[in-house]
Write a protein that binds this ligand. Structure first.
Ligand code: SF4
Length: 597
């Protein structure tokens, strides 16, 4: 939300070319948009996104202002795409004020030489300095992101990643610091200085992953993007119009949802290519500078002569400077009348720091932070008013998971401005405990949550009305009552009543099935849970089961804390011998739940 482009001139980056020139929003605008967004959405995290947030020239004052606004609301501010060298101690300190969000740093390559080729503009010393700062501020884990297959790369550059990780780990003052590494095959993208370069083969990708697996420290977790998927991404990025036939053919062969590893099948794509007489790997080959490229008719605003010049500068490791701070590099994107860079605070560090003056509150907080370190203690009333909110979840709300319902209420509380106590620590969460999780697909008239409010409920009707305005259809607060217990005790044995409709009239045969089930002492069903085949006696879990006059079934399930329970739909499936589709047609509503006597 801060700026439209990264001012660095990293050569592999397509977005850095097509979004030129840099155009920044003012700090006031950024803060206003953030306030409006959080008020309307109720989210607990605000992400400052741009191609390189750390390069936003007003970041320091804007961040101080955002923190002042959101620290009391326990809304954390994260900046997922920080470029090494832009993460200053002031910014790290600000992020710490609410929550320690993770740091992902992108050295991209293992050696300074290769980083010069890609014009990354950072050295190993810069990287180690940043790691030292982050660890010194209490973080235990930093994630590094690298690409392999960059132009001119050798296996020595890949090996150097492991050495770099070792050196970065040693910058931590405390015990057990961790650096995790993510790697992916570099896809030479159209409209970049590397558009003529070849992409690694799948085998070369795996070779590099194997090398890293062998050489990285044991404490380092390695994650890699599947080189087979990168192959297809390269094909899609660098292909020509004939690819449309391949896509249609792959679809006919059954290819679906290829971004999901469990669905991805490269063989289908290879077959589709063969059926269209296209060798897919041909799209990943090196291109001659004189070759007409499939994307050449599209103009990004950046001159091709600039890309060629950058390509040769890359081979010689010559640095191209940030045109925001230094002179225009004559890429061709600006006409300097209607299209020109927009930089809010002229990008010299001293000037950016001084612009904190524009925000007196930010200056005070910066001082406060410097004096007291982490400020995430509860502000305001320490008094607690524990209330039990009874609510129903019906209709489409049955498809939400328990965690989604929790998030839904947390966001609704925030939007309704309900003052709730938060837990302490680095990841404060609202002090709310929910009734046991409901199986997905089950409706309920009998859910509750215990909420630690900062103020007593003086006007229940008004509060319920305010919350309803923020809740989706199907989610309804039924009543609110004072809850005396500081901790809700969960009974060992619970009875839960469900009303079930099979989506068809009940027959005499159904009645017989109910009776047949009740006559048995034990009915064992098998189920795979957590990768193991387990057996459950569902008869022991059924207190009562009866077919009602109105074509519904009433089930009273007995569940024990110390034993795994079956879902009501699993019981019904067994009793009425339903198919998977018939189970999905059934409507199950939880009516009440109580402790067993
Ligand atoms: S024309 Fe000059 S100022 Fe504009 S984006 Fe290109 S290098 Fe930067």
């Amino acid at each position: 939300m801060s700026s439209s482009m990264c001012p660095s001139q990293c050569r592999p980056c397509q977005a850095g070319i097509i979004y030129r020139p840099v155009r920044e929003r003012s700090a006031e605008k950024v803060v206003k948009l953030a306030e409006q967004g959080i008020a309307a959405g109720g989210y607990e995290e605000l992400a400052m996104l741009s191609l390189s947030t750390g390069d936003y020239s007003c970041l320091s004052p804007a961040l101080s202002r955002l923190m002042d606004t959101f620290v009391k609301q326990h809304v954390s501010v994260s900046m997922p795409s920080m470029r090494v060298g832009t993460l200053t101690p002031e910014i790290i300190q600000q992020i710490k004020r609410v929550r320690k969000t993770g740091f992902t740093l992108a050295p991209e390559a293992g050696t300074d030489r290769l980083r010069q080729v890609i014009n990354k503009g950072i050295t190993e010393d810069d990287l180690l300095t940043t790691c030292r700062e982050v660890f010194a501020h209490g973080w235990k884990l930093i994630k590094f992101y690298f690409m392999f297959g960059l132009p001119t790369e050798t296996m020595d550059d890949v090996k150097a990643i492991s050495e770099l990780v070792r050196r970065a780990t040693k910058t931590a003052p405390g015990k057990n610091p961790r650096i995790n590494v993510s790697v992916a095959t570099f896809v030479p993208k159209p409209h970049t200085p590397f558009q003529w370069e070849p992409q690694l083969t799948i085998e070369e990708g795996y070779e590099r992953i194997d090398l890293l697996k062998r050489s990285l420290p044991k404490s380092c977790q390695l994650k890699w993007h599947n080189p087979r998927q990168s192959f297809l991404e390269g094909v899609m990025s660098r292909g020509d119009r004939r690819l449309s036939m391949v896509i249609e053919e792959a679809w006919k062969l059954g290819s679906r949802l290829d971004a999901w590893t469990e669905h991805f099948d490269l063989e289908l794509w290879q077959k589709a290519g063969a059926a269209c007489n296209i060798d897919l790997s041909d799209y990943l080959r090196q291109r001659d500078l004189s070759e007409i490229l499939p994307w050449q008719h599209l103009h990004t605003g950046v001159d091709e002569s600039f890309l060629v010049a950058e390509f040769f500068k890359a081979l010689e490791g010559i640095y191209t400077e940030d045109c925001r701070v230094h002179a225009c590099q004559k890429c061709g994107a600006c006409d300097f009348k209607t299209i020109k860079p927009v930089v809010q605070c002229k990008a010299k560090d001293s000037e950016i720091q001084e612009s904190v003056e524009d925000f007196p509150a930010a200056k005070e907080t910066a001082q406060e932070t410097a004096e007291h370190g982490v400020i995430n203690k509860e502000q305001g009333s320490a008094e607690r008013f524990r209330c039990r909110f009874f609510y129903s979840r019906t209709g489409d709300m049955r498809f939400l998971s328990h965690l989604e319902v929790i998030q839904l209420f947390f966001q609704a509380f925030r939007r309704a401005n309900l003052q709730v106590h938060f837990s302490q620590g680095f990841n404060p969460v609202p002090k709310v405990s929910f009734s046991p999780a409901l199986p997905v697909g089950t409706e309920s008239m009998a859910e509750y949550m215990d909420v630690d409010l900062k103020q007593p409920v003086t006007d229940q009707e008004f509060m319920i009305k305010s919350l309803h305005r923020q809740l989706p259809e199907g989610c309804e607060i039924v009543k609110v009552a004072l809850s005396k217990d500081s901790k809700t005790k969960v009974a060992n044995e619970m009875l839960t009543c469900y009303r079930i409709s099979l989506g068809r009239p009940l027959s005499q045969e159904d009645q017989n099935r109910v009776q047949g089930f009740l006559d048995k002492e034990s009915v064992t069903v098998s189920k795979v849970r957590k990768g193991k085949l387990r057996q459950y006696d569902i008869r022991q879990q059924v207190g009562e089961l009866s077919a009602q006059q109105n074509n519904t079934i009433e089930l009273i399930q007995v569940s024990r804390q110390d034993k795994a329970s079956s879902k009501p739909m699993e019981i019904i499936k067994e009793v009425f011998e339903l198919t998977e589709d018939e189970v999905l047609d059934a409507r199950i509503v939880k009516l009440w739940s109580t402790q067993a006597k």
